[in-house]
Design a binder for this molecule. Structure first.
Ligand code: FAD
Length: 442
């Protein structure tokens, strides 16, 4: 009557199908997190996500303690450690949330085999990582195993009924089991984190969700494309990445609320599901071109890449965005689209260079959303207009009207009035700001 609830990207007690099933099945449950040496070797961990993850684990431990349990921590190979804990506690079953990356799929396969050898079972739970499970929707027609265009996917997704949202368990009883201490950020990934990172954890996610629903959500349709808008978007992405909040719960609450803002918000959550189902179908698309043009002939441009990375391209909106990324470990979606288009279409640099840099810094850095959004922007992915180039000036004039975003992140230009802030190259006086690294559009 013991089960193991193996936490991975579902670090919450509310609406967690994996935890719930374990508690339903067994009298006592080991809530386990393994600091996995295999993940460390993938090169994926980075200081910003490590700091956030350490917060998430401490918060989860506190929530479990409030319910009479605690988080049990182990270190080493996730399969070997899970088997060891199952053996030590006599657990018959291990519960795990389904993942979509190649790594998650291999982990699941190895774990199933190792547990079976010891006469134990593995139960994998869907609809935790995404609102609609990755393989649930398939288009009609032979040979079409997955949607690759968003709009038809969204039409089906939007009428899908979701499972019921569940609350948090009241009591978590655990067996007698030893635990290693919680990991520190430095152990999860050495290096310095960005100075203005959000705090991780489920409690913080729920606090932000409530604040978001108190008003900004209703204005989302008008404001979500303006990178300078205060509370223009939810900033829930890192909490979704680590599973501090359930996407099913977010979609259900927004649908219940209704209105233009909630509808637009739900649509963005569908984009997230869309990319997860694509990565599940083609795990190689994390580093290989997805379709359309298998592009070759990318330019090698170390000086251009350095200027892009350092926020010194001479294009204010691009530089503002890249500086925000370095400072906060997060960047607004419109800004991500602009800097990705600039790197891949204006400088002609391979999308993988940009995607790698983003993964080094983004606190929400996620294989499905990052790699496939980069491919969308580079024209190697699912954009049905793969040749479109986003013009940084017209985009800045439209989405950063009056320049609040640029003024905030590029203080060298703060004195320029109105839209002049977006065209510093037209200003005759000398500014302490670089000249554009490529010909500006006017
Ligand atoms: P909101 O506008 O409040 O949206 C709510 C949620 O919807 C987000 O938290 C996110 O989970 C989802 N969402 C919104 N837009 C998208 C989108 N375009 N694609 C997929 N999901 C979306 N998102 C990540 O979570 N991790 C990444 O590593 C990542 N890399 C990106 C790289 C590029 C080049 C681009 C163009 C986009 C990337 N995105 C990524 C998507 C998007 O930019 C972020 O999810 C969004 O900016 C997060 O801010 P928010 O939570 O305030 O979003």
């Amino acid at each position: 009557d013991v089960a193991v609830a193996l936490f991975t990207s579902d670090l919450r007690v509310h609406d967690n199908p994996m935890l719930r099933a374990a508690l339903r099945e067994a009298e006592r449950v080991v809530p386990l997190f393994v600091v996995d040496s295999g993940i460390a070797r993938t090169g994926f961990p980075a200081p910003n996500r490590a700091a956030f993850l350490a917060d998430c684990l401490a918060d989860l431990d506190a929530s479990l303690r409030d319910r009479g349990g605690r988080l049990v921590v182990a270190r080493g190979d996730v399969v070997a450690e899970t088997c060891r804990v199952a053996e030590a506690t006599g657990a018959a079953t291990v519960h795990l949330a389904a993942g979509v990356s190649g790594y998650a799929t291999r982990r699941e396969r190895r774990l199933r085999a190792a547990l079976a050898e010891a006469g134990r079972g593995l139960t994998v739970h869907e609809a935790s990582l995404t609102a609609v499970p990755p393989g649930a929707l398939t288009p009609g027609g032979r040979g079409k195993d997955r949607f690759v265009v968003f709009t038809p996917y969204f039409r089906r997704w939007d009428v899908e009924s979701l499972r019921a949202v569940r609350g948090a368990p009241r009591v978590v009883r655990i067996p007698d089991v030893r635990s290693a201490p919680l990991p520190t950020p430095g152990e999860l990934a050495p290096g310095e984190a960005s100075p203005a990172l959000p705090r991780g954890g489920e409690n913080e996610a729920r606090r932000r969700l409530r604040a978001w629903e108190r008003g900004p959500l209703d204005r989302y349709a008008e404001r979500h494309d303006a990178p300078g808008a205060e509370d223009g978007t939810s900033r829930l992405s890192p909490y979704l990445h680590f599973g501090c909040v359930s996407p099913v719960e977010l979609v259900s609450r927004a649908r219940k609320r209704g209105g233009d803002g909630a509808e637009a918000f739900v649509r963005q959550l569908a984009w997230r599901d869309f990319y997860h189902q694509m990565l599940a179908a083609r795990p190689n698309s994390s580093w290989e071109d997805f379709r359309y043009r298998r592009r070759t002939g990318w330019r090698d441009d170390p000086a251009g890449v350095a200027a892009w990375r350092d926020g010194r391209t001479g294009f204010p909106i691009i530089d503002a965005a890249m500086r925000q990324l370095r400072h906060e470990g997060w960047m607004h979606n419109r800004a991500r689209l602009l800097v990705a288009s600039f790197l891949t279409k204006t400088l002609d640099v391979d999308w993988r260079v940009g995607a790698r840099y983003f993964l080094d810094l983004l606190v929400d850095g996620d294989l499905a959303n990052n790699q496939l959004n980069w491919q969308w922007a580079a024209g190697t992915g699912t954009d049905t207009r793969p040749n479109r180039v986003l013009n940084p000036l017209t985009q800045a004039l439209r989405h950063d009207r009056g320049g609040p975003f640029v003024r905030r992140w590029v203080p060298e230009l703060a004195a320029l009035r109105g839209s002049a802030v977006h065209r510093p190259w037209r200003v005759p006086e000398r500014l302490d700001y670089p000249a554009p690294i490529v010909q500006p559009p006017d």
